[in-house]
Unconditional design. Structure first.
Length: 124
């Protein structure tokens, strides 16, 4: 009877090549970075739109509307948190499982971003 750890460890539990895991993380990281760029664009665009509306409201002697900071900052934080959680969950898994985890996290981030954009537009 052998006590070798490699003999008792199932093949599926061993992570694959490190370069493949890194390639999967970088590939999906680009998609998360694009979502972050989109969130930053929405942040600055919403603030610009809010300022224009407040100028119009001031000309009509109405009270200004505050910016929905919590919603806009949550939209910026979602891609960063999504990638971080996906990396944490997939750090000791094979590349295929990591890709699925990143894909699910990207879908969740996209759904949250769309929801937060809708909420922000409703508040402005």
């Amino acid at each position: 009877m052998t006590t070798d750890a490699a003999a008792t460890t199932p093949e599926a539990a061993r992570p694959g090549p490190r370069w493949l895991s890194l390639a999967v993380a970088i590939g999906f990281g680009l998609f998360f970075a694009f979502d972050l760029f989109e969130a930053l664009t929405n942040l600055f665009g919403a603030l610009e739109l809010n300022e224009a509306r407040n100028q119009f409201r001031a000309s009509q002697e109405l009270a200004p509307i505050g910016a929905p900071w919590a919603v806009l900052l949550a939209n910026v934080a979602a891609p960063v948190l999504g990638f971080g959680v996906a990396w944490w969950l997939g750090r000791r898994r094979r590349a295929g499982a990591q890709a699925v985890i990143y894909l699910v996290a990207l879908a969740v981030v996209a759904a949250c971003s769309l929801t937060l954009i809708a909420v922000a537009r409703g508040l402005l």
